[in-house]
Design a protein around this ligand. Structure first.
Ligand SMILES: [Zn+2]
Length: 145
């Protein structure tokens, strides 16, 4: 995706709630990843203070007609001090369920073995780099401290 210019647009304002386990703030928001010509993916993120700076992103990849490619991929990310490490989550680990528009939450097998979203990690990198509400926290050192 290096040769394609992409950007993100917020769909929802960031919501703050209290973490059910520790009461620290949890932030959630939604947006869309776009190229010059079309929407590439809808996504949602969840960022909890504490918790080893882990964050979670749900991605619904869109095809060239705006249709849902496969369903909802849910990935957990964290910084290890040098790079971001992603872990694909199974549905029972995901903080979100599927929906009529997003489809069902995909399994690790479907995503990692069957490759139902072939460019999942390119989309992830593009979202993390271009969504200011995520990138500012990573680049600001929150995730990489
Ligand atoms: Zn907590």
């Amino acid at each position: 995706m290096d040769d394609v210019s992409v950007s993100t647009t917020a769909i929802t304002a960031e919501q703050e709630s209290a973490c059910p386990c520790c009461g620290r703030p949890v932030y959630e928001g939604e947006g869309v990843l776009e190229s010059d010509s079309r929407e590439l993916a809808h996504y949602g993120y969840r960022w909890a203070e504490g918790h080893e700076s882990r964050f979670t992103i749900g991605i619904c990849a869109l095809d060239e007609h705006g249709g849902n490619v496969a369903g909802l991929a849910v990935v957990s990310g964290r910084g290890d001090g040098e790079q971001l490490i992603y872990t694909v989550l199974d549905p029972e680990q995901a903080p979100w369920g599927g929906s009529a528009s997003l489809g069902k939450v995909l399994t690790r097998k479907e995503l990692l073995e069957d490759g139902v979203i072939p460019d999942l990690f390119s989309l992830l990198d593009a979202i993390v780099a271009n969504e200011p509400r995520i990138s500012s926290r990573i680049l600001g050192g929150t995730a990489l401290e």
